[in-house]
Design a protein around this ligand. Structure first.
Ligand code: AMP
Length: 676
C-alpha cells in the first residue's frame, strides 16, 4: 500500500538525508522516496496508518517536524503561519520602541526590558531548537543563533539580541514562504491527473475513482476537464491541449479513432472514449512517476551540499572559538573579541546554500517538464548542461516517424501485390517504422495477411517468417538502398521507402550548434546512401551508417571519454542499449516502455524542438546553483572579514545571512517562471 506524507517544518537538508536513510533501512518500508524540495515522502508499507511510526523515526533525528497525510498539511500550515506573523509583528514593535529608548538617557532599564520581551517573543522557538540541537551534540543554524542571542544578552547587548531574533524571524518567515510557494508551483506540475472519471452507464454517467477503471471502459470526457486515462475516442470530436504532457501548447484536433492521453485538457466538446490503459500505466502517471523519481538521482552538486553542511558548521564554530579566544588572550579584551566571534558565527550560517541548491535542481527539472522534457534527476541536469556532443538515431528521430512506402518492385515471378502481401505478413509482429509504413501502404491497397509462423526479428537487420516450405525475410540487402523481400535468401522484390527529415530537425541542429555543441552525429543501421540523403538536408557534422545496435554502443562509448558529455537521442526501438550506455540517454516520446526505462530524459512531445530548450534550462540551473554558492560565500567572507575588524555589527550579520538566503531561494525559483 502506497503512502504519501508531508514532513512539515523540515528545512535541514542534512537531517532530511538522515531521515530518508533511516526509513530506507526500516524493513517494513519499501520504495522510500523523499523530495526535500516538496517535503513529500512516499513509501510502501502494508500497514494502513503509519503517521505515528514515521513521526517517531523523524523525532529521533529532528525535532519540530510534523508528519502529516499530504491532504491536510496545507491548511494547518497556514494557521501556524498566522500565529508566527502576529508574534513577529508584536516583537518588531517592541524592538523599535527599545531601539528608540536606547538613545534616551536614563532609559536603560525599560529599554532592556522591552528588548528582552521582544527577543523572547520572536526567538523562543529558535532558542528551544538550538538548545535541543546542542543537547543532541549537533550544530546547525539554530545553534548558531542561540549562541549569538545568549552571548549578546550576557554581554548586556539587549537591543542587539532583540535585533538578531526579530531579523532572523522575519528572514525565516520570508524564506519559508518563498520555499513553500515554489514547492506549490512544483507540485502543481504533477497535478495533471484527475482522480475521478465519468463512466458511461445506462445512458448516463457515474463519477468513479480513476484508479479503479479497467481497460476497455467507456468514459465521457466533458469539455474543460482533463482526460483521466489513456484511450481512444469512439464518439464525437473536439480539440485537446496536451501542453501539460508535451509542453506544446498548440491545440490538436481529435476525432473518432484518435488516441487520447491522460493529462490532456479537453478544450471544446464532450467526447466519449474507450480506455486502453490502466490508471497506473497511463501517460500522466508515467510523467508524474518520472518527475517524482528524479529526486533519487541527486546531482554531484546536491550531494556535495549534504557533505558540506555536515562539516562546514562545526568548522565555522571552531573558527569562531579561535577568534574569541586567541586575540583575547593576547589583548585581554574578552568582550570585544567574543562579540566579533559571534558576528562571524551568525554570518557564516550555511542555510542559503543548503536550501537553495536542491531547490534550484528541482525548479530546473520542473521547468523542463513544463517544456515537455522529463529529466530523471539532478545528475542528468549537470550532464546535459555540459553536453558537447549529441548522437542521434536516424529513423524516427532525425526523420519523421511516419516513413512511407514509395514503390514496390518485383525481381521475380511474384507480382508486386504478392510481394507486398508477403512483406506485410512477415512484418506482422514488428514495431519497426518500416513495418508501420508497409501496414499503412497496404491499407490503401486492400491486401490481407497470409498465415506465417516462426516470426523472428533481428535488431538492425530485419524480420523473417516461414510458411513451412520457405523462409521469407524483409531486410536490408547488399548493393541496394531499398528494403529487400527475400525467399530463402534470394531477393524476390524491393520496397522503396521514402523518408523525410523531421520538419524541426534542421533548425534544432542549427540551434544546438549555436549553443556551442560541437558534434552532431547521425548513427544509423541504414545504408550509407539513405543516411547521406538525410544528413545533407539537416546539417549533421558526422555520419556513421550500417551500424548494428552493438556498433552504435561502441560508437557512443568512443565519444564518452572525450571532453564534455555525450548524449544519445533515439526513438527507443532497438535503442535501449545505447540509451543506457551514453552519458545521458534521451528518448523520443512516451511510447516505448523500454526506452523510458533506459533513458535518462524523455522528450514527451516526440519532437526535437524541446532539446535546445532542455539544454538552456539545464545550463541555467547549473549556473543558478553556481551563482548561489558564489554569492553566498562572497557575502559571508565579506561580513566575516568586516566582523573580524570590528566593522560589522551583529544585526548586519543576521541581515546578510537571512537576506542572502532569501535572494538565493528567489533566484532558484526564478527558473520555474522564466521563459526558456
Ligand atoms: P534500425 O537500426 O532499426 O533502423 O535498422 C537498420 C536497418 O535494418 C533498417 O534501415 C532496415 O533496412 C533494416 N531493418 C531493421 N528492422 C527492420 C524491419 N522490421 N523491417 C525491415 N527492415 C528492417
Amino acid at each position: 500500500m502506497k503512502h504519501e506524507l508531508i514532513l512539515e517544518g523540515l528545512n535541514c537538508a542534512n537531517c532530511a538525508a538522515k531521515i530518508e536513510k533511516k526509513l530506507i533501512d526500516t524493513p517494513e518500508y519499501s520504495d522510500v522516496r523523499f523530495s526535500f524540495a516538496t517535503k513529500e515522502l512516499s513509501l510502501n508499507c502494508d500497514k494502513r496508518n503509519i503517521v505515528t511510526d514515521v513521526q517517531a523515526i523523524v523525532d529521533s533525528i529532528e525535532d519540530g517536524v510534523t508528519v502529516k497525510e499530504s491532504d491536510d498539511a496545507e491548511e494547518q500550515e497556514e494557521e501556524t503561519d498566522k500565529v508566527k506573523i502576529v508574534l513577529l509583528c508584536l516583537s518588531a514593535v517592541l524592538f523599535i520602541a527599545a531601539f528608540i529608548l536606547h538613545f534616551r538617557e536614563g532609559a536603560a532599564l525599560p529599554c532592556a526590558i522591552l528588548s528582552v520581551i521582544s527577543a523572547v517573543l520572536s526567538g523562543y522557538e529558535v532558542v528551544i531548537e538550538g538548545v535541543k540541537s546542542v543537547l543532541k551534540l549537533r550544530i546547525d543554524e539554530t545553534t548558531l543563533m542561540t549562541v549569538a542571542v545568549v552571548a549578546a544578552m550576557v554581554l548586556g547587548e539587549f537591543v542587539e539580541a532583540a535585533a538578531v531574533t526579530v531579523l532572523f524571524g522575519i528572514g525565516e518567515l520570508l524564506e519559508d514562504k518563498a520555499v513553500e510557494k515554489s514547492r506549490r508551483d512544483i507540485r502543481k506540475l504533477a497535478d495533471i491527473r484527475p482522480d475521478t472519471a465519468f463512466r458511461v452507464e445506462n445512458g448516463g454517467t457515474v463519477e468513479v475513482p480513476a484508479k479503479e477503471i479497467p481497460i476497455g471502459t467507456l468514459l465521457e470526457i466533458p469539455p474543460h476537464t482533463r482526460v483521466p486515462l489513456d484511450g481512444e475516442i469512439i464518439e464525437g470530436s473536439t480539440t485537446v491541449d496536451a501542453s501539460s504532457l508535451t509542453g506544446e501548447s498548440v491545440p490538436v484536433d481529435v476525432t473518432v479513432g484518435s488516441e487520447l492521453l491522460s493529462g490532456m485538457m479537453n478544450n471544446d466538446r464532450t467526447v466519449r472514449m474507450k480506455t486502453t490503459k490502466l490508471y497506473a500505466d497511463s501517460a500522466a502517471t508515467r510523467i508524474v512517476r518520472l518527475v517524482e523519481e528524479s529526486a533519487k538521482n541527486k546531482g554531484a552538486g546536491e550531494k556535495m551540499i549534504s557533505r558540506f553542511a555536515r562539516i562546514y558548521t562545526p568548522v565555522v564554530i571552531f573558527i569562531g572559538v579561535l577568534i574569541a579566544v586567541i586575540p583575547s588572550l593576547m589583548t585581554g579584551e574578552w568582550t570585544l573579541w567574543i562579540h566579533r566571534a559571534l558576528v562571524c558565527l551568525v554570518a557564516s550560517c550555511p542555510c542559503s546554500i543548503v536550501i537553495s541548491v536542491p531547490l534550484a535542481y528541482f525548479a530546473g527539472i520542473g521547468a523542463a517538464s513544463k517544456a515537455g522534457v522529463l529529466i530523471k534527476g539532478g545528475r542528468f541536469v549537470e550532464v546535459l548542461a555540459k553536453a558537447t556532443c549529441f548522437a542521434f538515431d536516424k529513423t524516427g528521430t532525425l526523420t519523421d516517424h511516419h516513413i512511407s512506402v514509395k514503390e514496390i518492385k518485383s525481381c521475380s515471378d511474384y507480382s508486386s501485390k504478392e510481394i507486398l502481401q508477403l512483406a506485410l505478413s512477415v512484418e506482422a509482429h514488428s514495431a519497426h517504422p518500416i513495418a508501420a509504413a508497409i501496414r499503412d501502404y497496404v491499407q490503401a491497397h486492400h491486401i490481407s495477411e497470409i498465415e506465417l509462423k516462426d516470426h523472428t526479428e533481428i535488431s538492425g537487420h530485419g524480420v523473417s517468417a516461414s510458411d513451412g516450405a520457405h523462409t521469407y525475410s524483409v531486410t536490408k540487402a547488399k548493393g541496394v538502398s531499398a528494403t529487400a523481400v527475400t525467399r530463402d535468401d534470394e531477393v524476390i522484390g524491393l520496397i522503396e521507402i521514402s523518408e523525410q527529415p523531421r520538419r524541426e530537425a534542421k533548425s534544432v541542429l542549427a540551434e544546438l550548434k549555436a549553443l556551442g555543441v560541437k558534434k552532431l552525429i547521425m548513427l544509423s543501421g541504414d545504408k550509407a546512401c539513405a543516411c547521406q540523403a538525410v544528413a545533407e538536408r539537416i546539417g549533421v557534422t558526422e555520419l556513421h551508417s550500417e551500424l548494428l545496435p552493438e556498433d552504435k554502443v561502441k560508437c557512443v562509448e568512443s565519444l564518452i571519454g572525450q571532453n564534455g558529455s555525450c548524449c544519445f537521442v533515439g526513438d527507443g526501438i532497438n535503442d535501449a542499449p545505447v540509451l543506457s550506455r551514453s552519458d545521458c540517454g534521451i528518448a523520443m516520446g512516451l511510447g516505448s516502455d523500454a526506452a523510458i526505462e533506459s533513458a535518462d530524459m524523455v522528450l514527451s512531445a516526440e519532437n526535437l524542438s524541446a532539446l535546445p530548450k532542455a539544454l538552456r534550462i539545464c545550463r541555467r540551473t547549473v549556473n543558478t546553483v553556481r551563482g548561489n554558492i558564489a554569492f553566498s560565500l562572497a557575502v559571508k567572507v565579506l561580513v566575516i572579514t568586516l566582523a573580524a575588524f570590528g566593522i560589522a555589527p551583529l544585526w548586519l550579520a543576521v541581515v546578510a545571512d537571512t537576506g542572502v538566503c532569501l535572494l538565493c531561494v528567489l533566484n532558484s525559483v526564478r527558473l520555474i517562471r522564466q521563459k526558456h
